[in-house]
Design a binder for this molecule. Structure first.
Ligand code: COA
Length: 439
């Protein structure tokens, strides 16, 4: 992983990251982290990652927590503070500390994001950060005999206003503080604000930097969980723990339409970037979309397809196709998408007068091979073509003959291809023809 020593390794790493860069551009991520992340040297590093995501075109909503900052203020006043259900019971004195801490954290994050120092990773970065009264709150009130005081819960998030700010290129910073229509201020939990904001704006991801990772019974890091798996994990945990509450919020976010929730141990160096730009990531992904579905390609997939097939074209494995050709033929393509990235594609060009179709441009991203994806695309193509009255499928290949032979294709002759197709053959490629009966 980066930083890399040799130019080759660097280029390899950058190439590996480029599909993810493409996939994340224009997406909306809500990122929440505890006030612990602001202490020590961690903030400078985190801010650089956030600046990088901003520069790569990711729309960011940041929700920093303030718990240690509030605790420090109260301690200075000789107050400890009480907790119930994992939440602070907010007395009037604690509420003052909350407001101070929220202001301080906001100012700190804004200041750091404003840095554009030459010779730093932030050089030239012009990041506009906006905060505002986007969060409406109501008091929790008295629960199980505990008066939560000024501790509140999210009542509404002004998703429309936030979306407008994001569309204007602004980073949105939400404090864990909300206001009631009666003008009162409430202390909220950052994870609840993050979850509610993610749902309100229809975010693509909720990313939670946690204190410690989410581990399974065997002590291993939980890598990819369905909401059902996450619920089962949650059931075995104490109700008021920070990590379990984060997992509950992640599940609720998915139920509210957010596609993916990630939990990343804050202590893991570079964790946020590794989670977003490498195949396996370093955190826990909770998603209902565990298996990529095959779907017809749309014009928006052209960029992802180019990303996938360009190295194969350069290696001479696939015929070169210009963007214009891909745009014209996009209706013939099928893709498999994972987290916004095209991981596999295939095209079926039908020749209805001849009752045959060509399978072309079959490609699977190197990180996702050997998983049966190409086989699934072929099976899907065969089913669809047979349903449309095509009796035979042919393919022209230079290096993948055996893959097709093992799947029922037999060697054919160029003379068996439709006349219109023969006219377009590049004989220099010396491709071989393989044909399969599919009717
Ligand atoms: C060929 C390709 C599409 C297979 O994708 P995939 O999702 O890994 O395929 P599947 O998981 O369905 O099948 C994997 C099997 O195919 C085999 N295979 C992969 N490439 C092969 C090749 N060129 N020739 C023969 N077999 C091959 C693998 O060894 C594996 O078999 P194994 O599990 O018995 O070892 C993929 O390797 C690729 O994109 N290659 C580059 C592009 C290409 O050649 N496309 C075809 C152009 S006509």
């Amino acid at each position: 992983m980066p930083p890399q020593q040799t130019p080759e390794a660097f280029v390899h790493w950058l190439r590996g990251a480029s599909p993810y860069i493409n996939a994340h551009r224009g997406r909306t991520f809500v990122i929440t982290f505890g006030g612990e992340a602001l202490a020590g040297g961690g903030l400078a590093e985190l801010i650089h990652y956030l600046a990088l995501l901003d520069a790569l075109g990711v729309r960011l909503i940041l929700v920093p927590g303030t718990r240690p900052q509030v605790a420090a203020r109260l301690a200075a006043q000789g107050e400890g503070g009480a907790y119930a259900e994992g939440l602070r019971v907010t007395t009037p004195a604690a509420m003052e500390a909350v407001k101070e801490a929220a202001g301080l954290v906001r100012t700190e994050v804004e200041a750091r994001l404003s840095m554009g120092l030459a010779n730093s990773p932030m050089a030239g970065a012009r990041i506009r950060v906006v905060s505002g009264n986007f969060v409406t709150a109501r008091p929790i009130g008295v629960r199980d005999g505990v008066d939560f005081g000024h501790t509140g819960q999210v009542r509404r998030i002004d998703g429309e206003a936030i979306r407008r700010q994001l569309a204007d290129g602004n980073v949105v910073l939400l404090s864990p503080v909300g206001y009631s229509p009666t003008g009162e201020t409430f202390n909220l939990s950052a994870i609840e604000v993050a979850r509610s904001a993610a749902v309100a704006v229809g975010a693509d991801k909720l990313l939670c930097l946690t204190e410690g990772g989410m581990t399974t019974e065997s002590g291993a890091l939980a890598r990819e969980l369905s909401p059902a798996d996450a619920r089962a994990w949650r059931a075995g945990q104490p109700a008021d723990g920070d990590l379990p509450r984060t997992v509950s919020a992640a599940i609720a976010a998915l139920e509210g339409g957010v596609r993916r929730a990630h939990l990343i141990d804050r202590q893991c160096a570079g964790g946020l970037l590794l989670e977003l730009f490498t195949r396996d990531g370093v955190g826990t992904l909770i998603t209902a979309e565990r298996f990529e579905a095959i779907r017809p390609a749309a014009i928006d997939d052209v960029g992802g397809i180019i990303e996938l097939i360009t190295p194969l074209e350069q290696a001479g494995v696939l015929v070169r196709r210009s963007r214009e050709v891909l745009e014209t033929q996009i209706g013939d393509f099928w893709v498999m998408e994972r987290d916004g990235m095209v991981v596999a594609c295939a095209a079926c060009h039908p020749y209805p007068d001849d009752g045959v179709a060509e399978l072309a441009c079959l490609a699977v991203h190197p990180d996702y091979r050997q998983g049966g994806r190409a086989g699934a695309l072929l099976a899907r193509a065969e089913r669809e073509l047979a349903a449309h009255g095509m009796g035979r499928l042919f393919v022209l290949t230079t290096q993948t003959a055996h893959w097709f032979l093992e799947r029922g294709f037999v060697a054919g002759a160029l003379g068996e291809l439709p006349v219109t197709r023969r006219a377009m053959i590049n004989y220099q490629r010396n491709s071989k023809v393989y044909i399969k009966e599919i009717a």
